[in-house]
Design a binder for this molecule. Structure first.
Ligand SMILES: C[S@@+](CC[C@H](N)C(=O)[O-])C[C@H]1O[C@@H](n2cnc3c(N)ncnc32)[C@H](O)[C@@H]1O
Length: 295
């Protein structure tokens, strides 16, 4: 294990840094890489997203090859049974759709799920296609002895659906050009690690959202980013992490169920209700109950 990097952010190119790590020690990772947005055209995908020390203008072949190499290094350093959550979006180049699955299928990972992140808002409204407000989050899994199915999620986490609806982080709260909302890594880390200890990785950590989530959930973390400015920002956020507790609490409340599917079925109660239809009353709820009253 790379003890010296635990709870640290390393400055450098993700692939180069990952290659220096030992194998099999990461429990879960979350990341959003630069999307190769071709910012030479002012970033035709998300025009205002310009990184501090990185020009997002690789050829598509070069970008995909780099992503495959990065993902394979992450596979190597992840424990068997570990997971990596890879946020990306579908893009178009001269009218041809480029889907992340194209390079994900060339990696060593087992693709466990495709989650749709409904951001509800996005920049660049042009009429070439319907307003694209979705991104994808790929749950990648490193099998234990070739068992590609792996352990089930606890039902309190599995009750969340495969469509995640929350808006992107506001530019007023975070000056990084493309941070994701803290809800995203909180949902992932909580669902995968529960109360267990673990090491969380973000190889393109930007303003440190994944790392702050890991810290507030009492996990260890390792971040990598190429930009000194973003690393300083992330370090400041980590120091002031307690100010972000509220956002964490809001997400954690969604991981509490009063009755499991089995119990509701046994009682002849409705089993198909969408989770958002529940009104949750958290008052008087003891954390150790891990239960909420539904009103
Ligand atoms: C989409 S942003 C990540 C934002 C992050 N999830 C957050 O919440 O702030 C991508 C990040 O990748 C970094 N980056 C770009 N190329 C890199 C490389 N080769 N190695 C490491 N980091 C890189 C950029 O500086 C940027 O911060």
């Amino acid at each position: 294990m790379m003890k010296r990097h635990i709870n640290e952010i390393i400055k450098g190119d993700a692939l180069t840094v990952l290659k220096t790590f030992n194998s099999d020690f990461i429990d879960v990772g979350v990341t959003s890489p630069p999307y190769n947005k071709q910012e030479k055209h002012k970033g035709w995908l998300v025009k205002n997203v310009k990184y501090d020390s990185y020009k997002d203008i690789k050829s598509e072949e070069e970008y995909e090859e780099e992503q495959i190499n990065v993902l394979n290094e992450i596979f190597r350093i992840t424990k068997e049974g570990g997971s990596f959550f890879y946020n990306h979006k579908t893009r178009w180049e001269k009218g041809t759709m480029i889907h992340p699955m194209k390079w994900l299928l060339k990696t060593k990972w087992t693709i466990r799920q495709e989650i749709i992140w409904d951001r509800m808002i996005a920049a660049n409204i042009r009429g070439w296609r319907f307003w694209q407000v979705d991104e994808r989050i790929y749950w990648l899994y490193k099998p234990i002895r070739n068992n590609k199915i792996g352990k089930e999620l606890e039902s309190k986490n599995a009750l969340l659906t495969s469509i995640w609806r929350f808006s992107p982080e506001s530019g007023q709260k975070n000056t990084h050009p493309a941070p994701f909302p803290i809800t995203l890594p909180v949902r992932i880390i909580t669902s995968i690690l529960n109360d267990n200890d673990g090491i969380v990785l973000d190889p393109y950590c930007g303003s440190g959202t994944t790392l702050v989530a890991a810290k507030l959930l009492n996990k260890k973390f390792i971040g990598i980013d190429i930009s000194e400015e973003y690393i300083q920002h992330a370090k400041q956020r980590l120091q002031n992490a307690s100010f972000e507790k509220k956002a964490i609490q809001e997400e954690l409340q969604k991981h509490i169920v009063q009755k499991t599917f089995k119990q509701r079925k046994q009682n002849g109660e409705f089993t198909g209700r969408h989770r958002n239809n529940y009104k949750i009353n958290v008052a008087n709820t003891k954390p150790q109950d891990k239960q909420l009253k539904l009103v």
